[in-house]
Ligand binder design. Structure first.
Ligand SMILES: N[C@@H](CCC(=O)N[C@@H](CS)C(=O)NCC(=O)O)C(=O)O
Length: 125
């Protein structure tokens, strides 16, 4: 079993038992099983310990039509963000989705911080 397929497997197993994260109820991930770029997003979700709604576009034709209508293509992953005023945004590109999730839900990553900020945030010498 490859690293990627382990992630997919663990998500299938946890699907029945884990509740959606309360702080991320505005988010839905459009994907399909075996989608390589989606694994980047699943990995980030696992790292952030977040569970969000997911729609498999190969099993759910309405979901496929929704992203086709919104973006003009069926490429996944796509993150749907429901704004408080009722509007909806669709974010494509796995790297952008991962960056958005980390920025919104993550802790500061020591590797990404300059020395000045490391000193402030982590109280290093
Ligand atoms: N640059 C995109 C690539 C996404 C992509 O190519 N996704 C594949 C699945 S891994 C896909 O949806 N292919 C079907 C299609 O393009 O219709 C990203 O990083 O999210």
């Amino acid at each position: 079993m490859t690293f990627g397929s382990r992630i997919v497997q663990s998500r299938i197993e946890m699907g029945a038992t884990r509740e959606l994260s309360a702080e991320a109820r505005d988010l839905t991930l459009f994907h399909y099983r075996g989608c390589w770029y989606c694994r980047r997003v699943w990995k980030a979700l696992d790292e952030l310990d977040l569970v969000i709604a997911e729609k498999d576009i190969l099993e759910d034709p309405d979901a496929k039509h929704e992203i086709m209508a919104a973006r003009g293509r069926r490429t996944v992953p796509v993150l749907r963000i429901a704004l408080p005023d009722g509007r909806v945004r669709y974010m494509g590109q796995s790297r952008d989705i991962v960056r958005y999730l980390r920025e919104r839900f993550g802790e500061p990553d020591p590797e990404l911080l300059s020395d000045q900020f490391k000193r402030i945030v982590f109280k290093t010498e």
